[in-house]
Structure formats: C-alpha cells, structure tokens
Ligand binder design. Structure first.
Ligand SMILES: [Ca+2]
Ligand SMILES: [Ca+2]
Ligand SMILES: [Ca+2]
Length: 320
C-alpha cells in the first residue's frame, strides 16, 4: 500500500512539473558555456548527454551555436548563433522521436501555442530582415512510425514583409495562436515557400504545397509534431550574430514545455542548476573510471578522480 502511495505521489509531482515548470536546458561545458563550431562543408552534430534528445546540428562552414552566457536571458544564458558568411549554418534541435514514447509530442491539430524570443545583434551584416527562425518537426503517423518528415518554418518577413528586425533587444513572437504563415521543408526534398497559415496546416483537409512540377508532402490535423529546431543560415549573405531563448510549446493533449537555455554551473554534474551532494555522489559512484566528453569528467582529462571532485567541492552550494 505504501509503495502504491509513493508511486501516486511521484506521478502527480512529475505531472505538475511538466505542466507548470520551465525546463532548463544547460550547456554541455560549464560557464561561460558552449561555442560549438565546424569548418568543413559537411554537417557536424553534437549530442547532449542530458537532457537526451537535444543536440547542436547541421553546423558547417564556421557556423557557431552554443548555449552560453553572451546574451543572458531569464537567468545566465541563452542559445548563441553566429554565421560568419552566407555559407555558414548552425542549429540547435530537439527530437522527441529519439527519446520519447510515443515518439511525438502531439497532433498538429492539437498544437495551440508556439512562442520564442530572439535577439539580433547590431553588428550583424546579414540582410536586416533576418532573424533566427523557429521550426517544428512534423510527419505523418502511419502503421506505428513517422513518415513524410520535414519542417514547418516561421520567418517574420514571410508574414510582415521585408522589414528590418530591431537590433540589440529581445523580441518575443507567438506563431500558432496568432495563426502566422509557415512554409514547408520536407527532409531532403527542398523548400516549398508557399507559406500557409497554421489554421490551414492544422485543418482536417491540411495542405500539400506545389512548386512547378515539384510536390511537397501532405500534412493535416492528424500529422504529428515530434521536435523543434532553431538555427541560423544558410544563404544569409554577410555575418549574422544573435541568440534565442524561452521556447514555449503547448498542445491540447496537455503536453507543454517552456525551454529556458542556461549556462551550466561548474560542478553541476547532473544539470539541475545547483551544485550539491547529488553531484558529489555522481562523481563518487564513478570514481577511478575514465570517459571522454562525459559530464563526470569535469576538467576534461578523461579520468574521473579527485580533480573533478575538487571542482564540485569548490562550487558547492551554488545555485541552491
Ligand atoms: Ca536563459
Ligand atoms: Ca546538480
Ligand atoms: Ca577529470
């Protein structure tokens, strides 16, 4: 009886957490945080070990992305983006199909809110109407798997014309409740710039874009949303510098997230925003073992030992 009660309490607590509390997504590296980049023409990805499902992706031609402290928002950090030339690209993404069961958040028809904040630094030389767009991963759920995958993409200029984005300030935009127009990028099938309001994509009839002889994929209310993506480039001539934070997504089925991106405190091994005995325990449980690029090897020498323990102890109590 007691164990049943404990389970019930745990369940109600975790439900309340998802419904009401923001989820902080911490940088992989401790403060000042991450600057993930890649010089090559191929896409480079870097997976987060916590929380699972997040990654830096599609980074090429010296594009930079990283949760860090350059533009603090709602705490000590945000997600920084930089593309030095029109070739550069960098994204941060979350894919629920990698980690979730079911592998999607909810039906497209049940999506009722999607908002985020973006920041364009005045030092950017890319065309003045550009900002970091927000994209959702959409697909069709057929025989227990996701098919016809792709993005719906929001850009301010598609809705309001080619007007300058205010610089050096945070701007919040909501795109679903306010029925903004979004365009489709089916994975590996090119772009379809025939943007439609969310109400069209979400309707029972849905929409299937066409461009000349090319045909996009058909999505409607029964399509599923299984991830999110924010990124800079490509084809943005000049340099872009900016950031995003506070991504909020909500479905009628009760699934709701508020992602606040923050720079990890040194010693916060389990990424809960505080340095305490839980972090000490994480180190002690693995003391004497080795790893590459894991959370427990704080000082990056591949050994989990007293050097890492010392970092936890020196920062003990921060964030509490
Ligand atoms: Ca933040
Ligand atoms: Ca911690
Ligand atoms: Ca170490």
């Amino acid at each position: 009886m007691r164990s049943v009660l404990t389970i019930l309490i745990c369940f109600s607590v975790s439900t309340a957490f998802y419904a009401q509390t923001q989820t902080r997504i911490f940088s992989i590296q401790p403060e000042p945080g991450d600057l993930f980049t890649h010089a090559g023409s191929n896409y480079l990805f870097k997976l987060f070990f916590q929380p699972l499902g997040w990654y830096y992706g599609h980074v090429q031609y010296h594009g930079i992305v990283g949760i860090n402290a350059r533009y603090p928002r709602s705490g000590n950090g945000s997600v920084y983006f930089e593309t030095p030339t029109g070739l550069g690209k960098s994204d941060i993404e979350y894919r629920h199909d990698i980690v979730g069961s079911p592998p999607y958040w909810g039906r497209l028809g049940d999506l009722e809110w999607l908002s985020y904040e973006y920041y364009r630094d005045a030092q950017s030389t890319a065309p003045s109407h550009l900002h970091v767009p927000i994209r959702i991963y959409v697909g069709n759920w057929v025989n227990g798997r996701i098919v016809d995958p792709g993005y719906l993409i929001y850009e301010h200029s598609v809705n309001f014309g080619v007007v300058p984005i205010p610089t050096d300030m945070w701007i919040q935009e909501e795109v679903v409740a306010s029925n903004r127009r979004v365009w489709q990028n089916p994975i590996n099938q090119g772009n379809f710039f025939d943007a439609q309001p969310f109400s069209v994509w979400k309707s029972p009839e849905g929409y299937q874009p066409r461009e000349g002889s090319r045909i996009g994929v058909h999505w409607n209310a029964d399509s599923v949303v299984y991830g999110i993506s924010l990124g800079a480039g490509t084809g943005w001539s000049g340099r872009f510098v900016g950031a995003i934070d506070n991504v909020v997504i909500r479905f009628r089925n009760g699934v709701e997230y508020h992602f606040n991106f923050e720079a990890r405190l040194a010693g916060d091994v389990n990424a809960d925003g505080a340095v305490d005995d839980a972090d000490l325990l994480e180190i002690l449980l693995r003391f004497g073992s080795s790893c590459a690029g894991c959370a427990w090897d704080i000082n990056g020498d591949r050994a989990i030992d007293d050097g890492d323990l010392l970092i936890v102890l020196m920062n003990f109590g921060r964030g509490l």
